[in-house]
Ligand binder design. Sequence first.
Ligand code: BES
Ligand code: MN
Length: 455
Amino acid sequence: MEQVINYLKSNFETYLEELKNYIRIPSISTLETHKDKMVECADFVAKQFEAAGMEKVKIYPTQRHPLVYGEWLKQPGKPTVLIYGHYDVQPVDPLELWHNDPFEPRIEDGKIYARGANDNKGQNFVHLKAVEAFMKTTGSLPVNVKFLFEGEEEIGSANLAKFLKTEQELLKCDCIMISDTSMYAPNVPTITYGLRGLLYMEVEVTAADRDLHSGSFGGAVANPINELSKMIAKLHDKNGKVTIPNFYKDIPLPTKQERENFKKLKFSDKAYAKALGVKELQGEKGFTTLERLWVRPTLDCNGIVGGFTEKGAKTVLPSKALAKISMRLVPNQDPEKIAKDFAKFFKSISPKSVTTDVRKLHYGSPAVAPLNSKGINAAASALLKAFGKKAVFTREGGSIPIVVDLMKQLKAPAVLMGLGLDSDNIHSPNEHFRLENFEKGLYSAAYFLDDLSKQ
Ligand code: BES
Ligand code: MN
């Protein structure tokens, strides 16, 4: 083991340079214009799998972006871990707020700044290099490993979900390792056991069949922006509860044990508000901040467009207004059912003076992983060695849509060993990843394989 860790240590600078090359490929999955970049990135990943000593490395084309698979199965009798990662990233807008080109990584203050530096290239890279270090130093691995990286996590993983249905034999494993979540705080190693789900909708409100002069027509016909705003406002009540019928039906309350565990984390509302630059926190009444983030569902408008938005003034009654509305879901909320309930409710609060179109963009189910699996035990012991501290157990407000499908279809527990921080600006300008977490992540990933073989 010492040999492997020393190897990782002495190759840190090389790995950092390789990570930069991975990041330089602008693999933005949602943009049609970046399709060839996705292919290029899948290729890069396949080469990394090969460098890590994987066999049967294969790029599986899908209806949208390719999946990359590789395996090394030469430890019969030992557990098999499926290491999942995603090579796609989010768009970079607003570009003007970045201090460097988002795809030309910058190192400053012990952090690497770039789109994907954390989510998820930096985090999945530690597993590639840990495996590579074992192969280069010992010529083998302590357990069986399967790598599966996809290019559609940020857009809902629809094609991986399909692939999973037919490839259970190929992907068969004893546990699923994922580093794509946050640590509770700097230098607090963390194992996450719950993720929220997500349902993403789009609503479009149309009034007149063209834009109109707001003087000649204002007062006579509906303004879709005004009406859309009123409708959005009706989606919450005064206690911060979502008003869609049946939205909270069957949601389990946090258990007593969970409430106590959350308390132990000593979360400070004041420090949190300060770190985010808000005067006060806000949300559903009757729940603590950690409960609101981790065990309660939410609804948010993510974007709204319509009318004149350039500099200056234009007097116009726009014909259309559009909003992107997403919901974070918790266990027992069925995304498909909620999509229907949302559409019905949204149409019911739409006035006759406009036409309202409701579309479902994508969704992913919430996931809660068992707390007592061999994988979790191995991760806990690995984190202790790498960080010199005991791991805390958290849930997470974000989503990784495929986790539930992976656990169900492969009948294996997930282990979420995140290395990011909530303050790393993922999905936002100046996304970064701490080099310290990259380094300790490399060690954690290596110890994990060794500890899993001893469970
Ligand atoms: N790595 C994130 C999940 C995450 C978010 C972990 C926040 C920790 C903190 C993942 O890549 C992600 O962004 N997921 C999307 C999924 C969605 C687009 C289907 C999300 O949560 O918005
Ligand atoms: Mn993401």
